[in-house]
Each structure stands twice: as C-alpha cells, then as structure tokens.
Design a protein around this ligand. Structure first.
Ligand SMILES: O=C(O)C(=O)C[C@]1(C(=O)O)C=C[C@@H](O)C=C1
Length: 95
C-alpha cells in the first residue's frame, strides 16, 4: 500500500529540490546586487507581484491558500538567506 504514491512523490520532490536550488542561486545573485547597490532587503511590490502571478497560475482553486503559504515561506527563506549573506559581505568589507 502507498508504494506507488511514494514513488510519485519522490520523483516530484527530486524536481522540486533541484528547482529550489536554482531559485536560491538567483536569490544569492540578488543579495550580491542589493549589497553592491545598497538596496534594501524587502521589495514589497515584487513580493506582491510574485504572489499574484503564482496564484493566477493555480489551476485548482482549492489549492490556492496553500500556494499562498508556500510562497510566503519561500520568500521568507529567500530573505533569511539574503540577510545572512549580506551580513557576511558587510563583515568581509569591514575586515
Ligand atoms: O526580488 C527580490 O528582491 C528578491 O530578493 C526575491 C524575493 C523572492 O523570493 O521572490 C525575495 C525578497 C523580496 O522582498 C522580493 C522577492
């Protein structure tokens, strides 16, 4: 029981993890650009656009609240990473 479903989820998660890594690599690039140009961490307008576009792409309305949760978390993770990276860049510049 459930073996078939577990196989499906394992395959999907493999793709999700690879895509998440790609997204984080871009988030890393953005952190460098923010640091170099003294731009603030949060871009509220962009966050809203990301959320609106992702919600518009959802085909199943019943999943919409979960997409909201997913992207709130995804953006939070991106910003947590960027804070850490920009702090390290600042310390490096001051050393
Ligand atoms: O666009 C940026 O500035 C990003 O750092 C990316 C991102 C995101 O995860 O999509 C994260 C933080 C910003 O507030 C907006 C969007």
């Amino acid at each position: 029981m459930l073996e078939e479903q577990y196989q499906k989820i394992d395959g999907i998660d493999q793709q999700l993890a690879a895509l998440f890594e790609q997204r984080m690599a871009v988030v890393d690039e953005i952190a460098q650009i923010k640091f170099d140009n003294q731009i603030g961490l949060t871009n509220i307008q962009r966050e809203k656009a990301v959320m609106d576009q992702r919600l518009a792409a959802v085909e199943e309305p019943k999943f919409e609240p979960y997409i909201v949760d997913l992207y709130q978390t995804m953006i939070l993770i991106a910003k947590q990473y960027q804070v850490k990276k920009m702090k390290a860049l600042k310390e490096q510049a001051e050393a």
